[in-house]
Design a protein around this ligand. Structure first.
Ligand code: ADP
Length: 194
């Protein structure tokens, strides 16, 4: 293809002494992966793109909305004790905290809850809004953000989860969450053929 492109499937088959049916799946894979391109009545040609270039192009097509999961949200008035129970029951590492209007007020991580549990406080009487990381210091993202940008943000800020939000008049509604698990899932699917 590099030497003779553009070249039709028929010509390639002739040159390699193969049937077109034998070649078809291979050509389909190379075209889907972006190494080849095909034009009707012209044939196949080599795109000249490196694997890194193709990976970058694919990364530019993966959005938060494609991989976000359901957020686990609690009210800011619940106790640290109840937050710990919720974290276990819901099997998550980060809780998003909302106010009475269901708008994002804070974030609670495992370590926030551990830290609060070290002292001798009565955990059932300690409200989470005293210990949570609160607005406006919350790192957030939107459905239309590129997942790669959010992955970078997770690393820069050294956090495990980012709420997916929508701006409304008085604040932010929580629509989803992106965690390191979602990023790992995207990473595995990118390398699906490996
Ligand atoms: P862990 O506490 O289990 O290590 P993280 O690394 O996610 O979990 O959290 C570290 C700190 O950053 C915690 O105090 C937490 O409240 C805060 N945090 C977590 N996620 C966010 C976020 N999206 N925006 C701002 N702060 C966050």
């Amino acid at each position: 293809m590099k030497e003779n492109g553009p070249i039709t499937g028929e010509h390639i088959a002739d040159q390699l002494n193969l049937t077109r049916a034998t070649l078809r799946p291979d050509l389909a894979i190379l075209t889907m992966a972006g190494y080849l391109d095909a034009r009707p009545r012209v044939g196949y040609f080599y795109t000249g793109k490196s694997s890194t270039q193709l990976l970058t192009e694919n990364l530019q097509k993966i959005y938060v909305k494609d991989y976000q999961s359901i957020p686990v949200v609690v009210n800011e008035n619940i106790s640290v004790y109840d937050a710990i129970c919720t974290m276990f029951l819901e099997d998550v590492g980060t809780l998003f905290v909302v106010d009475q209007q269901s708008l994002l007020a804070g974030v609670l991580s495992r370590k926030d809850l551990l830290r609060a549990s070290i002292g001798k406080q009565e955990l059932t009487a300690l409200p989470i809004n005293i210990i949570m990381t609160r607005m406006p210091n919350i790192t957030m993202c939107e459905r239309e953000d590129l997942l790669i940008h959010i992955a970078k943000r997770l690393i820069q800020k050294q956090i495990d989860a980012i709420p997916v939000v929508r701006k409304v008049e008085k604040g932010y509604e929580v629509l989803g969450r992106i965690t390191k698990t979602n990023i790992a899932k995207a990473f595995v699917e990118l390398g699906a053929d490996v």
